[in-house]
Every structure is written in C-alpha cells, then in structure tokens.
Design a protein around this ligand. Structure first.
Ligand code: C5P
Length: 318
C-alpha cells in the first residue's frame, strides 16, 4: 500500500494479493473456516482518493481504470459456468454495498464524527478473482479516513475494525508477505525474496461464499517450515512442495476454468503454480521478470482470460 496526503486529500494505492498456499483447517462455530495461509501483496493496484469535508455525508464514486475494460473485452468468451459470475468486469457495487463506503462509515461512527468525505475509487484489480481487491480497498479506506479525519488510533484498533469488515482486510493493513491464521485476521509477517509472477483471471469469476460453502475442511496443516525457509533462501524446489490450495476442489465444482487454467499453467516452464484464495485466478512463479513477460504473452495468445506479469509489493508503511 502506498499512501500520500495533500491538504485534505489522502491518496492510497491498494494492492492485490495472492495466497501462495492456503490450508482450510476446519469449520468454526461462527460459520467461518479456520485458515492457515501465506499471503503476498502483489504489484497490481486500485487507487482510492479520500477528500475530507468538514461535515456532511460520505459519497463514493467508482469506475474501472481506463484500459482495463479494453483488456477484458479482448479476453476469451465470457460464458459463466455453475455458480460462477459472468464476465471480467462486473459492475462495481455502489454506496453502502461497497466495502469502501462501509469502512469509512465505520470509522465515522466509532469516532463519533460529523465529518463528511468524497471518495473516488478507481479499480484495476479484477473482482471475484481471489485477488482481494475489495478487501484491499476497504483497508485503504480505513487508513485514509483515519489520516484525513485526523484520528490517532493504534494499529491494534485499526486491525479490529479491519477484521469486522472482512477476513482479508487485516492483512492489507500490514501488506508485504504474511502468514494469516484464524479467520485470516491473525497476522504474522514473513519475508520472501521478490518473486516474478504471472497471474491469470479467467473470464468467469467465483463468489467467495459459494466456494467456502462447498469446501470440505480438515486438510493437513501447512507442510512444516521447510518450504517457507526454502522460499526465504531462494530454494524454489523446496518452496514448490508447499504450494497448495484446499479450496481448489470446491472451486472446480463451480467452473471448468479451474482445471483449464491448471492445465494452461502446467504447460509452461514455471517454478510452481496454484489457485489464489477462493479463485478463480491462478498464478505461476517464474524464474525471472523477463520469463514472466514471455509466459504472460503466451497465455494471452491462448485467450485464457485477463493475464498480467508482476511481482511482490512492499509492506504497508506503518
Ligand atoms: O470475511 P469475508 O466477508 O471476506 O468472507 C466472505 C465469505 O467467505 C464469508 O461469508 C464466509 O462464507 C466465507 N469465509 C469463510 N471462512 C473464512 C473466510 C471467509 O467461510 N475464513
């Protein structure tokens, strides 16, 4: 996350993420699932501009960034399958239905403020993709509201609000690389070297709730620490063994794009590949940034959806 202020306006670049591995350990009494996941922020960003007003309502406008629609339109056919959502660029939820609005409203209510805000959200991160776009935007809105309205809350207080908004939101307050447990809100920072990646969001998205509703929990814990240490020391062979996602079988029941992308990535010369979050996107770990560009070009030619080459994004400044 990058944050800068100019007068009463705070601008935030909010990154996407991938789950390098994701274990579903069980179902909790609150209906959520107990997770153990290694999450990495990546260099694809939405932009949030938060302008504080002395008083009045919170207003939010949203749009896709210029060029994003063009890319999606040229991608493969947009047939939806099973419980998937159609097309690459779903309408962005407006007003109270958007997590950004809810984040700003939550800060305003908890602080007992009468201040207002004009928020502009420019989207580049595809939705229903397992890339955490909505959660990242919500974390950006929390930090922007906190700064623009001149509050002085602790990180811990902000993290509590983040957890109320969604399971992935606390991770984005930290950013970088982190192991996340519980619902996703217990964050432990990790270090990994910069990792060239290729990410593919197929024409069909998936709803997180629909995928979790079909998953069968009780998977093995993450494969010890050896794979993580491997990644930290650039031993990708060891790291590759730890790449896994327990939500794949459930996602596979909802769209044929899951096996299609697995096949498309298996045919590339990658260090490893996996689905991110609840899907539908997949990522591949490449040997170099140049190779990532080449793999991205080949996948684009295969019309498997929206493809981009990227790498790890830095942690959120504290
Ligand atoms: O927390 P969030 O609103 O992002 O979660 C969306 C949905 O995903 C939840 O309603 C729940 O069905 C499912 N979920 C889950 N266990 C988690 C995270 C999410 O079952 N740890």
């Amino acid at each position: 996350m990058y944050i800068r202020s100019s007068g009463a306006t705070v601008e935030v670049l909010s990154p996407a993420k991938v789950n390098l591995c994701l274990a579903v350990r069980g179902k909790r009494d609150d209906g959520y699932h107990e997770l153990d996941t290694l999450v990495m922020a990546i260099g694809l960003y939405d932009t949030l501009r938060f302008s504080a007003r002395p008083e009045g309502p919170i207003r939010l406008t949203c749009r896709w960034a210029w060029g994003t629609a063009a890319q999606a339109a040229s991608s493969a056919s947009r047939r939806a399958a099973g419980g998937g959502t159609a097309a690459g660029l779903e309408p962005i939820p407006e007003g109270e239905n958007n997590l950004v609005y809810r984040a700003a409203a939550l800060v305003k209510a908890r602080a007992g403020l009468t201040h207002g805000a004009q928020i502009e959200l420019i989207k580049r991160i595809p939705a229903a993709a397992g890339l955490g776009g909505g959660s990242s935007d919500a974390a950006a809105a929390l930090l922007a509201a906190h700064r623009a309205w001149g509050l002085n809350w602790s990180r811990r207080q902000l993290a509590e609000l983040a957890a109320e908004l969604g399971s992935d939101v606390p991770f984005f307050l930290t950013g970088g690389v982190a192991r996340c447990r519980g619902r996703g809100e217990q964050i432990e920072r990790q270090r990994l070297p910069a990792m060239p990646l290729v990410v593919v969001r197929p024409p069909c998205g998936l709803s997180t709730a629909a995928v979790f509703a079909r998953c069968r929990p009780g998977g093995e814990p993450l494969a010890g620490e050896r794979w993580l240490e491997g990644g930290q020391h650039g031993d990708w062979r060891a790291f590759k063994e730890g790449l896994r996602n327990d939500l794949v079988p459930a996602a596979e029941e909802l769209t044929e794009w899951v096996p299609r992308l697995r096949q498309a990535l298996a045919a590339q010369d990658l260090w490893g590949y996996q689905m991110t979050g609840s899907g539908s996107s997949w990522f591949g770990i490449c040997r170099s940034a140049r190779q990532a560009q080449r793999v991205a070009a080949r996948l684009r030619a295969q019309k498997v959806g929206w493809v981009f080459a990227t790498t790890r994004a830095p942690p959120t400044p504290s």
